[in-house]
Design a protein around this ligand. Structure first.
Ligand code: ADP
Length: 469
């Protein structure tokens, strides 16, 4: 598709619309003026006919029709009007232009027929006598009830046309000035519309080049300002995501590096001779195994996270109506080794019938992660309660422990990847720092959310809230 600049789409259409309307108005007003002018001329001709009507009547009644010719010639010359006097039988007895004897019988002329019928006749037609278009008005001259003749006044249309040409020229000149004004103003208006868009385009190009620090200026046009603000917000979001990505890469590298450095150190120590001491070799290889398992755990969690993210992004996470109780029991089963190890009591409170739209394996993983944490951060012999209930709008699964708790300041960031309150402790407990991030992603994949409440020294409660069905 051929692309045209906005300016060249707006400007010609503005111009075309105004020029067409200008032309239409000019043509229409010219016609109106012409008609008005013609009507004016007709009334004028009629008044002139009335002015001489009396003189003509006197002569006709006196039986001196011949004397009307002189009058016609004299008055006609003075008033630039052709005056003709016609007798009831159609014979012309007086005319401004010609000797009456040379003229045809006028009984058949439309304006004469109308006047003879007792009124005013008018007609615009070609005159054979003058060889051009002429406007005629005729009135009857009466003596009592009897029509004794007709006075006709006429003027060539050329005179009207001359006047009209003058008016047309003025209208055309006015139109031309207006058209020029319109051309300038619509250029101005088009530019006013297209310029902010061009600025946004230039700004967007800067964004595309990677200059995310640039901000688009807003304008006073609502839609364009909204567009600029949306683009600015979008770029801020991209910037944020870019930072998250950068931090994430740095964090992952750092997290992987620690066990690798440790493994490398012990392997080198072994090669340097420690492998010849069976005790040292045994100890170091055990440490290497632990570090290798940590690497494996980090990578497993990372893969789990990215799978959830990817599937959620492609809307591939299938949600089905399912019983919450089954999910909780499966999660408890999966975490069994953890709580038996530290002698933790698990209590589960969940209605048999409680249901929600869930992806059972994912939700089970999320609850298991919470149970693992509750066990990890509770003293041996403590109790962990798992309960599920529903409100009007949500099904809430709570995992409540009576462990060390979390300081208020950490709560807002606790669900971030690799965020740990106490790094050394988490590592010692085999944590990857990704457990809660996975829980949050799973909750979001269910269109739900996560919450945490904690009192240091007393314990924490983690909640997964899912939309109720
Ligand atoms: P980790 O693998 O380190 O446990 P998580 O993402 O599961 O990573 O948790 C992040 C951090 O949140 C933990 O390092 C820990 O400091 C804190 N945390 C999580 N659960 C609890 C809990 N039940 N009690 C106290 N602190 C917790």
């Amino acid at each position: 598709m051929r692309r045209k600049r906005l300016l060249w789409q707006l400007y010609p259409s503005y111009l075309l619309i105004t020029l067409v309307s200008l032309l239409a108005i000019t043509l229409y007003s010219s016609r109106v003026i012409r008609r008005f002018h013609l009507e004016q001329t007709m009334t004028d001709l009629e008044s002139r006919a009335h002015l001489i009507q009396e003189d003509i009547r006197e002569r006709l009644v006196a039986g001196q029709p011949d004397r009307t010719d002189l009058l016609c010639k004299e008055l006609g010359d003075k008033s630039s009007t052709r005056i003709t006097v016609i007798l009831p039988d159609g014979k012309v007895t007086g005319d401004t232009e010609k000797p009456p004897a040379e003229m045809d019988n006028h009984a058949g002329r439309p304006e004469i027929i109308e006047a003879m019928a007792g009124g005013t006749g008018s007609s615009v037609r070609f005159s054979h006598t003058l060889g051009q278009d002429v406007a005629y008005v005729a009135i009857s001259v009466e003596d009592g009830d009897k029509i004794v003749g007709v006075v006709r006044t006429s003027i060539p249309l050329a005179a009207i046309n001359r006047a009209m040409t003058d008016i047309y020229l003025r209208i055309a000149a006015g139109g031309l000035i207006v058209a020029l004004l319109v051309a300038v103003v619509s250029m101005f208006v088009s530019r006013r519309i297209s310029r902010p868009l061009e600025e946004i385009k230039r700004g967007a190009e800067r964004f595309a080049r990677g200059d995310l620090g640039h901000k688009l200026a807003t304008t006073n046009c609502w839609e364009i300002a909204a567009l600029a603000e949306t683009l600015n917000r979008m770029v801020a979001q991209i910037e944020k995501l870019e930072n998250v990505r950068r931090d994430f890469v740095a964090n992952v590298s750092h997290e992987l590096r620690t066990p690798i450095t440790s493994i490398k150190g012990y392997v080198e120590t072994l090669l340097d001779g420690a492998m010849h001491s069976p005790d040292d070799a045994q100890r170091f290889l055990q440490i290497i195994t632990i570090q290798t398992n940590r690497l494996g755990a980090i990578i497993d969690d990372l893969l789990a996270l990215s799978r959830i993210e990817q599937k959620a992004g492609n809307a591939e996470i299938l949600l089905q109506r399912g019983r919450i109780k089954h999910v909780l029991e499966a999660a408890i089963d999966a975490s069994q080794s953890k709580f038996l190890e530290s002698n933790i009591q698990i209590e589960c409170f969940c209605g048999q019938e409680l249901e929600a739209l869930i992806n059972a394996p994912l939700l089970e993983q999320a609850v298991a992660n919470l149970i693992d944490n509750a066990c990890k951060y509770s003293p041996p012999g403590a109790t962990v309660q798992i309960e599920a209930s529903r409100t009007e709008t949500e099904v809430i699964i709570r995992v409540k422990d009576h462990g060390c708790g979390i300081d208020q300041q950490h709560l807002p960031r606790i669900f971030e990847r690799f965020y740990r309150v106490d790094k050394a402790r988490s590592r010692k407990l085999g944590g990857t720092g990704l457990g809660l991030a996975i829980v949050k992603h799973i909750a979001e994949a269910h269109a739900g959310r996560v919450m945490v409440g904690s009192i240091p020294g007393r314990g924490s409660t983690f909640s997964i809230c899912l939309p109720a069905v």
